[in-house]
Ligand binder design. Structure first.
Ligand code: NAD
Length: 469
């Protein structure tokens, strides 16, 4: 068939218009297009077929696809649409901070360079340990970092030679589908295959369970609360569990208190406290407590001192013994308004002194409410930090200039991330050294996941050759 230039232009325009509509709404143009399926079984089948040929492609090809994925997601219009949609759809978080998190996921998620082989050579020859794909990974993603997790997991999992099926949180289904669509579009535009990243447009617990039990899925990766981590660990498959945290920030009398006050507020209010790594309670040595609170207030904290108001706040955000989703990830001013307080928009965090067993300290609230607990000395502070971290082995923060105190805390608390003298987000590569991840696997021990976490170690033994020692 011969098509003239006008015909080609017409077709290109038509396709681009369809893509634009699809990008705007997050809806698939037709079942399976851009990796978005109506049915989980079909999504898994497509990813399974795609992986068979993808695992035979070169590392250079994988790198090319990943570069295209990063570039597509970093386009200004895509970043703005995705971050605005994430806030609108979930009703949670802070748009400006979501932009930062989005850029972080695009720029600082490692690619194929993360796959480093080990070699052993000697009289008996050469043995290589290489990182090989698992196959098709079933990834459960949360409502709190929906787009960042899809971007971050996709880059790491594809770098490892896998394909991925996402089961996103139902309350973030549109933004998750939009990310899957844009990532596939980017892959296909540079000559990559379809269905390396797939999902369903209507995710449900049932469709997640279909994924958990499918023979075609060889690894599961759950980023979410304790329920979903438990489910994947019961699946009988290799599973990565990135679960809940309740990060304590401990401040001792040797700390730079002015900096600690600012760092704690900066970390706590990041994306309205949605990140699992964000400061959730402060433990401070009595001697420096007043000055720390003074500095927190200087940096955008609103202090509640009336016990009745503190109780009213607890009843509002945690009614009938359950966390109210209406306040998760909301602005501090919105939360204060719910208890009749009109605060200045510069207020970023609500602070109050509480007992160590107050629900604000014990529960993971994921909102900018930060309880402060006084302790007599650092030893009592470390004990309490361990208690409130609940053995999640997730994240802890400490402000101190005493190496012995920092070492003791690190040994005792056993968290995957331990940030010293900085805001919590330094632990995921914002103002702290190192790559980023949005899947921090404490319970199963992979730590800050990257491409290598999604691979199997395999040994290749060449007997009696290739040694030149
Ligand atoms: P959530 O547990 O409500 O949901 C997470 C995901 O699991 C969603 O996709 C949800 O649909 C799915 N899910 C939940 N229960 C399930 C079940 N029984 N079977 C199958 N699927 C199930 O969590 P959320 O509110 O979206 O996210 C916040 C939680 O996730 C917090 O506890 C936070 O600490 C944690 N989190 C941890 C990390 C990490 O890297 N460790 C990262 C982000 C969030």
């Amino acid at each position: 068939m011969n098509i003239d230039t006008t015909g080609i232009e017409y077709i290109v325009k038509k396709v681009m218009a369809e893509i634009d509509v699809a990008v705007e709404t997050g809806k698939p143009i037709k079942d399976g297009e851009f990796g978005i399926f109506n049915d989980m079984e079909n999504a898994i089948d497509a990813a399974f077929t795609a992986q068979k040929s993808f695992m035979r492609t070169s590392l250079a090809f994988r790198s090319k696809l990943i570069a295209a994925m990063r570039a597509e997601m970093l386009k200004k219009e895509n970043m703005e649409t995705i971050c605005a949609l994430a806030v609108e759809e979930t009703g949670m978080g802070n748009y400006q901070h979501k932009l930062l998190k989005h850029e972080l996921a695009c720029n600082k998620t490692p690619g194929v360079e993360d796959l480093v082989a080990e070699a052993m050579t000697g009289d008996d020859g050469l043995t290589l340990i290489e990182q090989s794909p698992f196959g098709v990974i079933g990834a459960v993603s949360p409502s709190t970092n929906p787009s960042e997790t899809v971007i971050n997991n996709s880059i790491g999992m594809l770098a490892g030679g896998n394909t991925v099926v996402f089961a996103p949180h139902p309350s973030a289904k549109k933004v998750s589908a939009l990310c899957v669509k844009l990532l596939n579009k980017a892959i296909m535009e540079v000559g990559g295959p379809a269905n390396l990243i797939v999902t369903t447009y209507e995710p449900t617990i049932e469709s997640a369970n279909t994924m958990f039990t499918s023979d075609k899925i060889t690894m599961l990766c759950a980023t979410g609360g304790p329920g979903v981590v438990k489910s994947v660990l019961k699946s009988g498959k290799k599973a990565i569990g990135a679960g809940a945290g309740n990060p304590p920030a401990l401040v001792d009398e040797t700390a730079d208190i002015e900096k600690a006050g600012k760092d704690i507020i900066d970390g706590c209010c990041f994306d309205n406290n949605l990140p699992c790594i964000a400061e959730k309670e402060v433990i401070v040595v009595e001697q420096v407590a007043d000055y720390l609170i003074f500095n927190m207030k200087k940096n955008g904290a609103y202090e509640l001192t009336d016990p009745k108001k503190i109780q009213e706040l607890a009843d509002t955000v945690y009614p009938n013994g359950r966390l109210s989703r209406d306040f998760v990830g909301r602005d501090a001013c919105v939360i204060l308004k719910a208890i009749g307080i009109e605060a200045d928009p510069s207020v970023r965090v609500i602070i109050m002194e509480t007992a160590k067993d107050h629900l604000f300290a014990v529960e993971e609230l994921m909102m900018p409410i930060l309880p402060i607990i006084r302790v007599k000395d650092v030893a009592e502070g470390i004990d309490l930090a361990c208690e409130l971290e609940h053995g999640n082995r997730h994240t802890a923060i400490m402000h101190s200039t005493n190496v012995n105190n920092l070492t003791e805390m690190a040994k005792r608390v056993q968290t995957t991330i331990f940030v010293k003298n900085g805001p919590s987000y330094a632990g995921i590569g914002v103002g702290g050294e190192g790559y980023t991840t949005f899947t921090i696997a404490g319970p199963t021990g992979e730590g800050l996941t990257s491409a290598r976490s999604f691979t199997r170690k395999r040994r290749c033994v060449l007997v009696g050759g290739f040694t030149i020692k």
